[in-house]
Design a protein around this ligand. Sequence first.
Ligand code: ZN
Length: 85
Amino acid sequence: MIVYSVKCANGHEFEGWFGSSSSFDREIAAGECACPECGSTKIEKAPMAPAVSGTKGSTSVPAGCPMSGASEAPPCAGSCGCFPG
Ligand SMILES: [Zn+2]
């Protein structure tokens, strides 16, 4: 089984369970999936929120740190993130 977020022609969003992605297409085309709120069978897949992966740039050295690239612990003790240890 696979669950899709779907949306009817009237903008009601709900989750629909389908046997597979191909049966989703078939059931939608056949009008076998109806909106639980208004009964519309004009259903389309709702846009999925894009997955957001890790914080970008977490390992970069902050601009302006005078000890950027130093091999020893800088005066700031890495509190600004410029020294990974
Ligand atoms: Zn609806």
